[in-house]
Design a protein around this ligand. Sequence first.
Ligand SMILES: Cc1cc2nc3c(=O)[nH]c(=O)nc-3n(C[C@H](O)[C@H](O)[C@H](O)COP(=O)(O)OP(=O)(O)OC[C@H]3O[C@@H](n4cnc5c(N)ncnc54)[C@H](O)[C@@H]3O)c2cc1C
Length: 663
Amino acid sequence: MLSKLRLLRPPVSSGTRLISAWECKNYSDKKNSSEKNHRRKTTPPLIEVIKPVKINYSKRTKKNYEPVNISKREIQTKYNEPLTLCPLVSKTESCNNSNPPKSSHSPETLNPVSETNNEWQNGSNNKPYFKNMSLIGGAVILAGSLYGIWNSDILKLKKDDSSIKEIKKAKKSRKLIQIPALSQSIPDNVQYLLIGGGTASFAAFRAIKSADPTARVLVISAEGYLPHMRPPLSKELWYGDDSEMAKSLNFHQWNGTTRSLFYEPDPFYTPIEELASAKNGGISLARGWKVESINVSEKKVKLNDGKEISYDKCLIATGSVPKTLKLYNDASQDVKDKFSVFRSIADFEDLMEELNHVKSIAIIGGGFLGSELAASLANKGKKNGVKIYQIFKENGNMGKVLPKYLSQWTTEKVRDEGVEVVTNTEVENCSLDNNGEKVNLVLNNGKNISVDHVIMAVGAKPNTELAADAGLEVDPNLDGYLVNAELQARTNLYVAGDCACFYDNQFGRRRVEHHDHAVISGRLAGENMAGAAKQYKHQPMFWSDIGPSVGYEAIGIVDSSLNTVGVFAKGNPKDTSLSTNKTDENTTINDTDTPAELESKNIFENNYNKGVVFYLKNDVVVGIVLWNLFNRMSIARQVLKSDRCYKDLNEVAKLFNIHGDSS
Ligand SMILES: Cc1cc2nc3c(=O)[nH]c(=O)nc-3n(C[C@H](O)[C@H](O)[C@H](O)COP(=O)(O)OP(=O)(O)OC[C@H]3O[C@@H](n4cnc5c(N)ncnc54)[C@H](O)[C@@H]3O)c2cc1C
């Protein structure tokens, strides 16, 4: 069971929410799904499953992965800006380049040849015929030799290098798709304005439309893509043999059905020119457009081209941006070219492409993203012999979240996937090797690692760049826009998702960077924008899948610096007899266990395959991790809600029926 990667585990819902038609549809899809994929069959997801959409790509839009299931005429009008996503330069193209790089054809070396040519061409001199003939002969021989050398192995390498450089250039010159092309088409005033085209924004416009069916909603997204989810970018999209499917941003989810990364296909959105006049309102999207500033008192935003839009209600859902390392920030451009971050569809596409050209990648960071990517890239890179390193300062993968023993166990699983995991280590410096081909990472353990590419997965920072100008407060400790329990920063101005620092009734001020929180907070903000005045009460959960054998869900405060008690099913859950064995034979692990005690509990004998970990503050359970144990989130939620000291957590663990079917 564990060998099957869970494919986009849908977040668990609160009991009281409205289940809309699309959710019911998806729910019944799941009920009909095959037995072998029946994980979580009773939990309707919050996010719509889009029926496998047939997505075709026009040549011009292919690299942008823009669905073009619209007519050609529409493409011409919608894509009336030249799409300059450079095609990858092939070897032949780079050989035939009429503007060869300056370094290999400097004016100094060309000059003498041109002089000779001039003499030959204008025939104004009286040089003997044989001299001309010998020049021709010499030129032919030279050309022949050059051709030979060009095709020899010596230069083949160089040619490949130049095409890699061209790929890099192409990636850099990736031009953002802007639809509509001109801001005149965007309405001057709207009822609901949502800043951001991510998950929180998507959940908000769904909620607004449910509460106010004729609402006019305008979404402004800085990304050139339709609103989409991010979790499959580091997981599902890397698995499976169908690379075309990954390129079209479709993936198999846990129940075997195919799903698109995009929440809705293009035709779902009301053409922006029609939003103001549409009889039943609608949701329009301006993508590739950025809100530069908000004037809170005048209820107006300004776009990057200066266009102003006034609103009745506005949501800020600008998400987060990846952090980078100081050693990267201080590096020269040549070195920087070897580094990347990972958050967006464009990052995914670039990395997919990179995998075809490199032999080694180092991922810096041991958290969710670094660990998921390490396992996914090791799996994908196996065929091409790409070596994956993962370097981080903690003791083991997910060391800031998981108790030490579990984090170390996870690290062994990541190693089993073929990743060379380097723990307790920091990268101190970086430089290019003599050929400028590899980047040399200098580690604080005295060793060096030389790789073709480096990915920084060192956390994210909430995107609060609109705060200062708008006079909005940012939390000095947790970062993120400060909002109250109704997710309000000011009257008529709301914040949701990664960038919101909200008031949680149970645990106080928090900021959460997870999918479920983006859904829940986005939906609540949407409801409140439509007049509900509800308070944030739902505890967000999150999940992660690290390769095929580690998958977990968590809720509440899960911080490895807290005391924990873990209860794990004894033995190997692959042994089917266990699923019928209800004898509660568990191993309980406390943080205080010494290495000898852990040894006696047989920690390296697969005892952590399945279980539950309780996180305690003053003996009260404040967080729970369900380890390879699914469909138990509602129980975890109840335990958390009870907010009390439990004398024997082994007894509480029984509620989770660890030995039962975890599907
Ligand atoms: C690779 C990856 C994998 C993940 N996997 C998981 C997982 O397994 N489980 C989990 O719980 N969470 C996961 N997460 C986290 C989760 O995806 C985020 O918490 C979630 O996307 C946050 O949603 P959001 O709407 O707040 O922000 P985002 O999804 O980041 O959306 C923000 C949007 O705002 C736009 N924007 C920003 N500034 C402006 C502006 N000035 N004007 C206009 N638009 C603007 C951005 O372009 C973007 O479209 C993952 C994240 C990543 C990157």
